[in-house]
Ligand binder design. Structure first.
Ligand code: SF4
Ligand code: SF4
Length: 383
């Protein structure tokens, strides 16, 4: 392994990512105090920033892969340091040198699958719309009211396909003229970008943008906060600007416009988990809660850390594809926080959160203690 080149590249990459801003760090350690990693094992973003400032990062180590990009420390840093940009820049260097610790190797499998099939789950591209086969969901055509961008997990993952089905049923019930792109849809690219594979992100983004333009897409509704974030905040880097609405916002809109009527009762105590990319990164805190409040009989209770203090599930920043020992899973802690409220249901609105929470539910043997649901699954029970 060459030694000097990575040092120089680390500095160059970081300058490109955030100018000189990381040098303003005065090593106060607040980032470490708020980072969820320190609830499960030691990790110092402060140290990473210091080493990076001198180009002295060990790119072979695990630490550059830890940050889940949850957004907690950037929001608290007194010096406006862009910790996430620094982490991603370091990962770009490691990716360029093809240096991956064992726990990160599975992210390479996800990358290979993204390149060949357009999704990280090793699903065949031609099977992307199989979930919708029996639902008579249309393919998007110019002039339709909205494009439903389904996303990878909802297209391929057996648990998440239930959320796609619930969503399609609600949209149909509300009379929304919507279509999907089927095998023309590719991963939005948000998470692979955070692992440092910038070119893979750009290729995916360009492919989607071309498909949107070729099909005359104007308004996009999404289930995943990761698609939401990247369409809204990152695709404009390609000089495009599509209207993007998260499903929690869209369903509330449909109810407020009188297009979607909820019936029956849902006599359950529910607590809502704010996904990092919907809450902290995009300030969507109220709509999911307002939507749940529309459900008769539902009692909404808050966990000890909610809204901007919500605890990350551990799945952002590409960590969803990396190996995390069970004792180090934030999602286990979150499930315990949910259980403490006495809620029977932990509701959320992100495929990564649901995947991690369902796994923790099994690990903690909480199957009879609490259910995990996407908010669309609750709404679809009420139509
Ligand atoms: S919170 Fe900001 S200033 Fe303090 S150590 Fe972390 S990056 Fe540096
Ligand atoms: S963004 Fe979140 S996970 Fe990353 S270092 Fe900051 S607090 Fe930790």
């Amino acid at each position: 392994m060459e030694t000097i080149a990575p040092f120089i590249e680390v500095i160059d990459e970081i300058k490109e990512a955030g100018g000189e801003i990381f040098k303003m760090c005065f090593q106060c350690g607040l980032c470490d105090a708020v980072c969820p990693w320190n609830k499960v094992r030691p990790f110092s973003m402060r140290k990473l920033i210091r080493e990076a400032a001198f180009g002295l990062t060990e790119i072979e180590g695990e630490d550059i892969w830890r940050c889940t990009t949850c957004g907690t420390c950037p929001a608290q840093c007194p010096r406006g340091v862009k910790q996430i940009d620094v982490s991603v820049a370091l990962r770009r260097v490691a990716t360029e040198y093809d240096v991956f610790p064992a726990s990160v190797k599975s992210a390479r499998t996800a990358r290979a699958s993204l390149i060949s099939e357009g999704n990280p789950l090793q699903g065949e591209r031609k099977k992307r719309a199989d979930w919708a086969k029996d639902l008579s969901v249309k393919t998007y055509a110019e002039g339709m009211e909205v494009l439903y961008f389904v996303g990878c997990y909802l297209s391929y993952d057996p648990r998440m396909k239930k959320v796609a089905t619930a969503t399609a049923n609600i949209l149909k019930k509300a009379g929304v003229e919507f279509g999907i792109l089927g095998d023309q849809e590719s991963c939005c690219g948000e998470s692979i970008r955070k692992t440092g594979s910038e070119q893979v992100f750009k290729d995916l983004a360009r492919k989607n943008i071309k498909t949107f333009i070729d099909n005359g897409v104007k308004k996009i509704i999404v289930s995943s906060p990761h698609c939401f974030h990247t369409f809204k905040n990152e695709y404009p880097e390609f000089m495009v600007n599509f209207e993007v609405i998260h499903m929690s916002q869209y369903l509330l809109e449909l109810i407020n416009e009188g297009r979607l009527e909820l019936t029956g009762e849902y006599p359950q105590k529910v607590t809502y988990h704010d996904p990092c990319y919907l809450g902290r990164h995009n300030n969507v805190y109220d709509e999911p809660r307002d939507l749940l409040k529309q459900v008769a009989g539902l009692e909404l209770v808050e966990m000890e850390a909610s809204r901007k203090n919500s605890l990350c599930c551990g799945g952002g920043g590409g960590r969803i594809w990396m190996d995390t020992p069970q004792k180090e899973r934030f999602s286990d802690i979150r499930l315990k926080q949910a259980e403490k409220t006495g809620a029977q249901v932990l509701a959320t609105s992100c495929p990564y959160c649901i995947t991690n929470f369902e796994e923790s539910r099994l690990n903690l043997e909480y199957e009879k203690v609490i259910e995990v649901k996407d908010i669309t699954e609750i709404i679809s029970d009420m139509i």
